[in-house]
Design a binder for this molecule. Structure first.
Ligand SMILES: *[C@@H]1O[C@H](CO)[C@@H](O)[C@H](O)[C@H]1NC(C)=O
Ligand SMILES: *[C@@H]1O[C@H](CO)[C@@H](O)[C@H](O)[C@H]1NC(C)=O
Length: 151
């Protein structure tokens, strides 16, 4: 009987990796609608599992009291956790194709690329307002192609 050596293969299940995201969200229809309307940034630590009313530590109120913010600008918002997110969205982003890159964001530790969303309802908030994702941002990873090999 022969025993062959077996090379161990490390198998990476890329699809199972949770992906951090930010969503720029409008709840309600603004000043002419329900005064509970507001604009918030939602942080998700797994973008595939983010369709629920977020915990208070995971959203940051950018505008409230019936006013939806203008996302197409540079701005920042500090979460109750103390994390400050800043963003820059091009002023003509509404005219760009859905899912195209329209800006960037940062949280002090990570840099994000931001895309135009097709405004799906992400969740219904505690006021009963439908909350739609207007833009979403994914972490931009460092490129490894700057590593030099010496022969
Ligand atoms: C966020 O702020 C940092 C520090 O001031 C700055 O370097 C970065 O460009 C800003 N990012 C955006 C997207 O505005
Ligand atoms: C984020 O971007 C800033 C400004 O471009 C840069 O200085 C910083 O190293 C970046 N951080 C990460 C984690 O990539």
């Amino acid at each position: 009987m022969f025993f062959n050596s077996i090379a161990t293969l490390a198998i990476f299940t890329v699809g199972a990796l949770a992906r951090d995201s930010l969503h720029f969200v409008n709840c309600g229809e603004g000043a002419n609608g329900n005064p509970a309307s507001d604009s918030v940034i939602v942080f998700c630590n797994d973008d595939s599992n983010c369709h629920f009313n977020p915990a208070p530590s995971n959203y940051c109120v950018v505008s409230s009291g019936g006013t939806l913010t203008t996302w197409e600008r540079s701005g920042d918002c500090t979460f109750t956790t103390g994390v400050r997110v800043n963003w820059s969205i091009r002023t003509d982003a509404r005219n760009q194709p859905d899912f195209s890159t329209v800006g960037s964001a940062g949280n002090g530790g990570q840099n994000f690329s931001c895309m135009k969303d097709n405004s799906p309802v992400m969740y219904v908030d505690s006021f009963g307002q439908a909350c739609k994702s207007i833009y979403y941002c994914f972490v931009r990873h460092l490129k490894l192609n700057s590593i030099k090999h010496s022969n």
